[in-house]
Write a protein that binds this ligand. Structure first.
Ligand code: SF4
Length: 213
């Protein structure tokens, strides 16, 4: 039974089990922070237990919230293309987010993404910790600053740490790069191509650090 600590904030009900399926099912009912109230569903990670690489993004977007699956929208599509180009099979990696519910605000009929704050990241962290404990990847790839902050704390800056092999208490080997959605926000074709190539290069660094190439 969950203990109510403060209006809208509770400990995440992570079961002490070695079954990833049971943890995923328990996450469906999570009400540990207020984000569940406006989202359609919990979007938990996907991929094989024992995957050598775990990718962690920020939070599900509009598409993911509806589909209930991580990285299936436009950012996921560009990420899939980059993974393939780097020689990484998406079916062989575990893909998740630091925050498991979509945070958004209405603008007309659209739902506009809002960045999760440090308190929401911390509330959701036990689910990410459980995924790391059960999948035990050789390498964790952080996609963007929110993912990096979930692992290293609020002072983490992806611009400073990008492409370097790092180590954290939660994961012995970590590489950080940008979130693939940033590739979609580039102002022109030239910068899009340059940033995409940089992203693929970071994926190759992660692949080598995981001992997969
Ligand atoms: S965002 Fe995370 S901590 Fe907050 S309710 Fe959803 S699953 Fe629970």
């Amino acid at each position: 039974m969950q203990t109510k600590t403060e209006e809208g904030w509770r400990p995440a009900p992570v079961p002490g089990t070695s079954s990833l399926t049971q943890v995923r099912e328990a996450a469906r009912d999570c009400t540990a922070c207020p984000l569940y109230k406006r989202a359609t569903q919990t979007v938990f990670g996907e991929g094989p237990k024992g995957a050598p690489i775990m990718l962690v993004g920020e939070q599900p977007g509009d598409y993911e919230d509806v589909a209930g699956k991580p990285f299936v929208g436009p950012a996921g599509k560009i990420m899939d293309r980059a993974l393939e180009e780097a020689g990484i099979d998406r079916k062989q990696v575990y893909v998740t987010n630091a925050v498991k519910h979509f945070k958004w605000e209405p603008r007309g009929k659209r739902r506009i993404h809002q960045k999760p704050n440090s308190r929401e990241i911390a509330a959701c962290r036990p689910w990410l910790e459980a995924e790391l404990r059960l999948v035990r990847p050789k390498l964790l790839l952080c996609l963007g600053s929110t993912a990096g902050q979930a692992i290293f704390g609020p002072s983490f800056r992806v611009t400073r740490e990008r492409g370097r092999l790092l180590s954290a208490k939660l994961a012995p080997k970590v590489v950080a790069t940008v979130h693939p959605s940033s590739l979609l926000r580039q102002p022109d074709e030239e910068s899009r191509q340059r940033e995409y190539a940089h992203f693929v290069a970071d994926l190759r660094i992660a692949l080598r650090a995981a001992g997969q190439k």
